[in-house]
Ligand binder design. Structure first.
Ligand code: FES
Length: 219
């Protein structure tokens, strides 16, 4: 018996699975190739570097694009289909343009009953967007997230995957207001807050480069 699985966009992410241009401009491609070389040489087999390379192209584009998929495939000796199969499996790789701050509200069981659902509804109202959408100023992308193993601190909000614990509708409202106005914001624990693209570069295993958009502590 065979089972066909259709890969497509995440339910709360509008748009096609992967879009954008087919290739990077030569200068961008050369810069990314230099960064990719640093990453690839850390692994015994080039294909093992696929996940960090996907973060690298996400740091370039703010989401996955056809150019990013093709770049990873070329660097690693894989097919576009092989890269796409991996890229569409993990929710940290986004398929649509992302704001400077990806605000995720946990609506899994414990956070939901502790107020996560109310927080998400409040932020949707405050920001004027639904989960999966970005504010017109490009500052905040709102999404609902599943359990991040921080149930002790429910309800949890994550910004660019940094934790903001024990949130309430009012504290979460103040949080996104600070992000939109450029005020410094400090996570409850973990690393200083960086922009989405800087965070993606760190997840690729590279030092961040300033994109002039970080609003929190230096990172
Ligand atoms: S249910 Fe929200 S972190 Fe576990």
């Amino acid at each position: 018996m065979s089972v066909d699985i259709t890969l497509g966009p995440r339910p709360d992410e509008p748009g096609p699975a992967v879009g954008g241009p087919d290739a990077y401009p030569p200068e961008t491609g050369a810069r990314l190739a230099a960064d990719a070389g640093v990453i690839i040489e850390r692994y015994p087999h080039p294909r093992s570097a696929l996940l960090p390379l996907l973060h690298l192209v996400q740091s370039q584009d703010g989401c996955l694009t056809r150019a990013g998929i093709r770049f990873c495939a070329t660097q690693l000796g894989l097919t576009d289909a092989e890269v796409t199969a991996v890229a569409t499996f993990y929710s940290m790789y986004r398929h649509s343009p992302t704001g400077e701050y990806l605000v995720g509200v946990c609506t899994n069981t414990l956070c939901a009953v502790m107020g996560g659902d109310e927080i998400l509804q409040t932020l949707e109202s405050e920001l004027g967007v639904h989960a999966g959408q970005t504010t017109p100023d490009g500052r905040v992308t709102l999404e609902h997230i599943e359990c991040n193993a921080a149930c002790d601190y429910a309800p949890v909000v994550m910004v660019n995957w940094e934790f903001f614990d024990n949130q309430t509708p009012s504290s979460a409202t103040a949080l996104v207001a600070a992000l939109r106005s450029g005020e410094a914001v400090t996570p409850t624990r973990g690393s200083p807050l960086c922009t989405f693209r800087q965070t993606a570069r760190i997840l690729a295993g590279l030092p961040p480069v300033g994109d002039g958009a970080d609003r929190g502590s230096p990172c």
